[in-house]
Write a protein that binds this ligand. Structure first.
Ligand code: LLP
Length: 384
């Protein structure tokens, strides 16, 4: 159940590396997803028996093979748009539970979600105030803002002042009166404070807070304490301690055994399963810096530009050669922010070398764009 460190990533195995080089020789840029890694992560989480239902946060990676793999591992699905609901309904046979957890969704989005089997999460008073008839006689989940946000970057913190998510606890009573007036039952409470969290204590705190609030409501049957489970980005960074997470959750469950516990991670399941392959196009020396150009950039992977996210970058063609210098790894997009990695120690690059950008299975392809009309980044799936 331990999270592997970058040193034992699947793509370093000689057979996987040879396969990736062949995939890149056909065409680049390409995302490649390794399903055994997804399964391994899914099983590590499912081993935490304290959690009664695991949902996969589909937004992290919507590839049909990933959805089907996680369904086979017994995951339910958390969706934030009608499009994500459609993707799950199309790729996943059977009746895995669905959550619809949107933010500032239009009335028509709720209408579409209500026509599926999804449980609906409300994160504002407005839907009940203005579209109460849609929800009459239904059970819903209420997303609360517990007053603070957490995560790897300011832009992924989803709680506290300045965040557009959730109903603040001060408005809980007003929400409950509104629900009552519209014949709506609050069956679940939800909180998700942010993304890329490595401290297990966080989920124990959220769970305890939601449980205490649920005691005031009476109709609550389950608590969804969100996702946000981080994966270490830098080599040497400590992984999330799953045993500590289990202990934190167990402590709260012992005090409040009458609520089912739900979680909804995205990144943890898929980030390390994906790599982005690109090829060297050109190099340039300019001032003190050396640039290594590859055939894709922020159009395929926006995380470095958007969050200053750090992704390991290796020259897969020359994995065993020593580094000869520091490189700015850049794409072909007409923006100065089109930098995939700064100051990277890499071997001397040659045009056509295959460059691998690691840990890009989550929030990679799904956040890609047609900018500069570079074309869609293909996705390839590997299985044993
Ligand atoms: N639940 C809710 C309500 C969410 O908003 C999210 C993510 C998740 C679950 C799953 O979070 P995860 O377990 O993947 O951290 N694009 C950013 C991350 C944004 C996350 C948005 N919400 C990034 O690349 O870091």
């Amino acid at each position: 159940g331990e999270t592997p460190t970058a040193a034992d990533a699947w793509w370093r195995a000689p057979a996987a590396r040879a396969r990736l080089l062949a995939i890149a020789t056909e065409r680049t840029p390409r995302y490649v997803y390794h399903l055994p890694t997804v399964r391994e992560r899914a099983r590590a989480l499912k081993a935490l028996r304290v959690v009664d239902r695991w949902h996969y946060a589909v937004k992290a990676n919507t590839h049909p093979a990933i959805l089907a793999t996680l369904a086979a591992e017994g995951f339910a699905f958390e969706c934030v748009s009608p499009g994500e609901l459609d993707a799950v309904l199309a790729s996943v046979p059977g009746d895995a539970p669905l959550l619809f957890t949107p933010n500032f969704a239009a009335r028509s989005d709720f209408e579409r979600a209500l026509a599926t089997r999804a449980s609906i999460t409300l994160d504002a008073l407005y839907p009940l105030e203005h579209w109460g008839e849609l929800f009459r006689g239904r059970e819903i989940v209420l997303r609360l803002d517990l007053g603070r946000g957490l995560g790897h970057h300011e832009k992924v913190r989803t709680g506290g002042s300045g965040s557009k998510f959730g109903v603040p606890v001060e408005q809980l009573d007003a929400f409950l009166r509104l629900a009552d007036a519209h014949g709506v039952t609050v069956r679940g409470l939800h909180a998700h404070l942010g993304s890329g969290i490595l401290d297990a204590a966080h989920w124990g705190e959220v769970y305890g807070q939601l449980a205490a609030l649920a005691e005031r409501i009476g109709s609550v049957a389950f608590l969804n304490i969100g996702g946000g489970l981080g994966v270490p980005a830098h080599p040497g960074e400590a992984p999330l301690d799953l045993a500590a997470l289990e202990a934190e959750l167990r402590r709260v469950k012992t005090a409040y055994p009458h609520y089912a516990l739900w979680m909804e991670p995205g990144r943890y399941l898929v980030a390390d399963a994906g790599v982005l392959l690109a090829r060297v196009t050109q190099t340039k020396g300019k001032g003190a810096l050396r640039y290594l150009g590859v055939d894709t950039g922020m159009n395929s992977l926006i995380r470095p530009a958007l969050y200053d996210a750090w992704h390991e970058i290796v020259n897969l063609t020359r994995l065993d050669e020593p580094a000869t210098g520091l490189f700015q790894v850049v794409g072909p997009i007409c923006e100065s922010g089109d930098v995939l990695g700064s100051d990277r120690r890499l071997p001397e690059p040659v045009e056509g070398d295959v460059i691998l950008i690691a840990q890009t299975g989550a929030y990679g392809k799904v956040m890609s764009s047609p900018y500069n009309l570079r074309g869609e980044t293909e996705e390839v799936v590997l299985d044993d």
